[in-house]
Design a protein around this ligand. Structure first.
Ligand SMILES: [Zn+2]
Length: 321
């Protein structure tokens, strides 16, 4: 079964041309603000946290080109890791995720205030004031493998409820983040149980698939409406996918971490599969079997594309009410 899930995926979407949004005259580069005269939410829309995941950047670019303004509050659009995005090469599309380190693992106060230096830390420190002021964050990502869209919420009920209210078919994934560093959506006030700030991370589908752009546009507009920055009637035609009922959220309970580079799934899993029986074989790692730990176990984002010892190959979860 060697190689299951490791085929190259076609680059259906051309990389966006973002030159119009360089900005930087009065603040950090690659930041655009659109403000209303009326008070309202402080929305932060982020793309290119990972430099090769540009469906979100295409959606943000389309939003900015549309000329739409918020009815209430302010929308700040940030193209986060342009240093990595500039390295994008359709012949090696996985190689431009980051330059020095993963931009989405540096968002602890300790790390941001610490002495370490990297391209990504420098950029995170630059845009941190924009993250600090946000009442609502939508962070636009995509996935290595073809998969239905996911909304990653962290564990706080307010984020889960907000994601479930959007009217998309996106699977809500309730998780505690990563052991190897803090994501932007888990940063400071977003993770405060007593707070009110909302932060969602969209995994829109495979990085370079047309469907991922459609999903990103749909969620972006629905997010703006749900946050009350815009009214439903303001959304131009062509942006929204049909209203859908989301499935029950999946609570991530386990991560399967590769112990070797000889890790293979027994099937071409795409994520979202529910494995009915506990003890079902799902993979081999260096010849050792990997079994599901409980009945009705849901597979979340299976991928061996970045395979090396220590890397998460699949998350396991349960559906919750
Ligand atoms: Zn990403």
């Amino acid at each position: 079964m060697s190689g299951v899930g490791r085929r190259a995926h076609p680059v259906q979407l051309a990389a966006p041309r973002l030159g119009d949004w360089a900005g930087g005259d009065t603040g950090p580069a690659w930041v655009q603000e659109r403000a209303s005269q009326q008070p309202g939410p402080e929305l932060l829309l982020t793309a290119l946290v990972h430099g090769n995941e540009y469906s979100g950047a295409l959606a943000l670019d389309a939003f900015l080109r549309s000329g739409l303004l918020p009815r209430r509050g302010r929308i700040t659009a940030v193209f986060c890791n342009m240093a990595a995005f500039r390295l994008f090469d359709p012949g090696r599309p996985d190689a431009s995720r980051y330059v020095d380190e993963d931009f989405n693992r540096v968002w602890s106060v300790q790390c941001l205030d610490g002495p370490d230096r990297s391209i990504e830390l420098q950029r995170a420190r630059e845009i941190r004031p924009l993250v600090d002021r946000a009442s609502h964050l939508l962070d636009l990502h995509s996935m290595h493998e073809p998969c239905e869209p996911l909304l990653v919420t962290g564990t706080l009920p307010r984020n889960i409820a907000f994601a479930q209210s959007l009217g998309t078919a996106s699977q809500v994934i309730v998780d505690e983040g990563h052991a190897d560093g803090v994501r932007m959506r888990d940063y400071g006030p977003f993770a405060d149980p007593a707070g009110e700030r909302v932060a969602l991370l969209l995994e829109a589908g495979q990085h370079w698939a047309h469907a991922s752009l459609e999903a990103a546009r749909n969620v972006l507009m629905r997010f703006l409406v749900a946050a009350q920055a815009m009214d439903r009637g303001d959304v131009p035609s062509g942006w929204l996918l049909p209203e859908a009922l989301p499935p029950a959220p999946v609570l991530v309970t386990d991560r399967v971490v590769a112990r070797s580079t000889d890790f293979t799934f027994v099937q071409d899993f795409h994520g979202g599969e529910t494995i009915t029986r506990a003890g079902t074989l799902i993979a081999h790692d260096a010849g050792e079997p990997v079994y599901t730990p409980y009945d009705n176990c849901v597979l979340v984002m299976p991928s061996v594309r970045q395979l090396r010892p220590g890397v998460t190959t699949v998350r396991l979860g349960r559906r919750v009410a």
